[in-house]
Design a protein around this ligand. Structure first.
Ligand SMILES: Nc1ncnc2c1ncn2[C@@H]1O[C@H](COP(=O)(O)OP(=O)(O)OP(=O)(O)O)[C@@H](O)[C@H]1O
Length: 615
């Protein structure tokens, strides 16, 4: 295992405890945990008494007809809920102090000392963000009775405590995906949402979940779903799944900020970190569980988590979660656990990319859903300047060195800039990192062969600028929101254009501009067509040689968008070839030229002989 000098330097002065995971003290306290009476495995995922755990809520805050689930929790008292809510502040609803922690445990301030909360929040990144950059992005929705969008947070009844946190985060107005997705989710509708990288999807699914749970609490319904006496099973109300450990940690951090002093408790569980601390966190109670699929399956098998109380299910990077690698685990969690079925729970799927095949799969998890596309599905934002350079394999290192030298001399988009370099393999990442480090460019790596502690340390070292270059496999391609990433280099291009979209999306976020450089050569022929289409779509200059490659390679390769027609796609239900129950959803007629016909051969993005970099 290669560890850069910078990692080592950073390690020496830093506590390596994983976010949300055990610190040393935590581990040594394991024995101090109260031991509960033995419960046979077949009873472990049941509430201890004949009554299920105290209900937080009897059904989604729905205006739709989620009929018929006969489970004990779900015997539709949504009218009770709706009548209780809306009549001003009821009980703890909107009450900043009305929380689970009162008299028991002080809620950690995610921003530091309580007295300095306002000040610390004010140091956040979002001042002066140019969200006008998103103003003229086309928005398309389909589905029945789509709730209208809002223009301001004030128009949405999210609750006082959450509104306060939104202000503290300096979110002045909602981004387009938030404007559209939040009213849809608050109306209790299932949602498949596609919006560009860095456009605020995390808040778009977190706000309605937190708000919904707060409203339930206002009716005295929440107990933070602590395991009942004699049982060690936790009963979260909301589940947010994401494909990587780092992304789950990030969503957890965000969700904790948004739910600060709302009384909503957020817990994270992810692999590679000691499970004991996560178990202890769960035992203290959980409203929202943020998890990676593998660790969640483990917790379900140990009967330490039951999903029978789930009211909200959100899949971030949903297309990734439903492609070949994760689909079996997701089906196990969603379809073969005790989670309420679709139509009873509320399900929200978010990503920047949504191939049609994956949309089709995803529809198994949704009920009468609304499809929302902000910008064209799978497009990149034109905040990112994209360059493609023809570089032979053997010249890549020296070419990268030239770029980095030029960057050092000229600066890229400001002084504090970080550079993220994507490579195909874990070995390639270690080797390039070592080479950069010995050549005077402090670098670190993140990939699936590094321990979780090393991965988190690498990320910290990159974020803080100790090692301003991060060499990464696709494990860092999705979701990570790292301020000051000014340049993304695709040293090795991915096989799949959607992976490219996510990778370059690590820059040019939240209205800021960024630069993405790709090294292209004859090995990348199969990507040429979709890459040039994508660049044209984002108003980027396409080199003539790439266009020639595109013509030559057209129709070849594994690329899921190759094989035809116009770039991008919309709601697959609009495709005339799609039928369900024998009848067209929309009678077809939409964009038959979209490039994702049944023959496009979606293959999960990894070619033969290439190992996945994912967890
Ligand atoms: N309304 C808002 N006002 C200002 N900043 C915002 C707003 N909403 C989100 N942001 C900020 O924008 C950045 C990007 O948000 P987020 O990480 O949710 O993007 P995303 O759409 O999930 O991206 P990706 O597709 O890469 O996962 C974050 O730093 C977030 O704090």
């Amino acid at each position: 295992m290669t560890t850069s000098w910078a990692d080592m330097a950073a390690n020496s002065g830093t506590n390596n405890a994983a976010p949300g995971s055990a610190n040393n003290g935590g581990i040594s306290n394991t024995s101090a945990l109260a031991r509960s009476a033995y419960v046979p495995p077949h009873l472990r995922n049941r509430p201890a008494s004949s009554d299920p755990p105290a209900p937080a809520y009897s059904g989604p805050a729905s205006t739709n007809d989620r009929a018929g689930y006969g489970g004990p929790r779900w015997a539709g008292s949504k009218n009770d809920f709706r009548s209780g809510y809306g009549g001003g502040r009821v009980g703890g609803w909107g009450n900043r102090g009305g929380g689970w922690d009162r008299g028991r445990e002080r809620e950690a301030n995610p921003f530091g000392d309580d007295d300095e909360t306002e000040e610390v929040f004010s140091e956040q990144e979002n001042t002066g963000i140019n969200f006008d950059a998103y103003e003229d992005i086309p928005v398309d929705t389909s589905g029945d009775n789509v709730p209208p969008p809002v223009n301001t947070f004030a128009e949405i009844d999210l609750g006082e405590a959450l509104n306060l946190n939104i202000r503290r985060c300096k979110y002045v107005k909602p981004t387009p995906v938030q404007r559209n997705a939040i009213p849809i989710s608050l109306a209790g509708r299932d949602l498949m949402a596609c919006a560009q990288t860095g456009s605020g999807k995390t808040a778009a699914f977190c706000f309605p979940i937190i708000s919904g749970i707060m409203k339930g609490q206002g009716q005295g319904q929440s107990t933070h779903n602590r395991p009942l006496r004699g049982s060690r099973t936790a009963f979260p109300l909301a589940l947010i799944l994401s494909p990587t450990r780092e992304l789950s940690c990030q969503i957890h951090e965000e969700a904790k900020k948004f739910s600060y002093q709302t009384g909503v408790r957020v817990v994270v569980a992810y692999g590679g970190a000691p499970i004991n601390q996560q178990l202890r966190d769960l035992e203290r109670g959980v409203d929202i569980l943020v998890a990676t699929p593998g660790r969640l399956v483990d917790l379900l098998e140990r009967a330490r988590v039951s999903l029978q109380m789930i009211r909200y299910l959100a899949l971030d990077e949903a297309d990734r979660m439903l492609d070949m690698g994760f689909e079996p685990q997701i089906r196990k969690i969603v379809q073969h656990s005790d989670m309420p079925p679709q139509g009873v729970r509320q399900t929200m799927l978010f990503s920047a990319t949504f191939p049609k095949e994956i949309q089709r799969l995803a529809s198994d998890f949704l009920s009468n859903y609304i499809f929302l596309a902000v910008g064209r599905v799978g497009s990149s934002t034109d905040l990112i300047v994209q360059r493609v350079e023809f570089v032979h394999e053997s010249d890549k290192r020296s070419h990268l060195m030239d770029l980095l030298h030029a960057q050092r001399t000229n600066g890229v988009q400001g002084k504090q800039s970080l550079t993220l370099v994507f490579v195909e393999t874990k070995k390639g990442a270690d080797s390039l990192e070592h080479w950069l480090s010995v050549n005077g460019f402090p670098a670190t790596t993140i990939h699936g062969d590094r321990s979780q502690q090393e991965r988190e340390q690498a990320l910290r070292s990159f974020k803080t600028g100790i090692t301003p270059i991060l060499v990464a496999t696709d494990v860092a391609a999705r979701g990570l929101d790292i301020p000051h990433v000014a340049h993304v280099v695709n040293f090795d291009l991915p096989n799949d254009i959607d992976d490219y979209v996510h990778r370059i999306g690590r820059t040019g976020r939240a209205g800021k501009t960024g630069l993405a450089t790709a090294f292209f050569n004859e090995n990348n022929g199969s990507l040429a067509k979709s890459l040039s289409d994508l660049m044209l779509e984002a108003n980027q200059e396409v080199p003539a040689w790439l266009s020639r490659f595109a013509v030559r390679s057209y129709g070849g390769g594994r690329n899921r968008r190759s094989g035809g027609g116009r770039f991008g796609s919309r709601d697959f239900r609009r495709d005339s070839s799609f039928t369900k129950g024998g009848s067209d959803y929309y009678g077809g007629g939409y964009s038959s030229g979209s490039g994702l016909g049944a023959s496009s051969g979606y293959g999960g993005g990894y070619g033969p002989g290439v190992t996945s970099a994912w967890d």
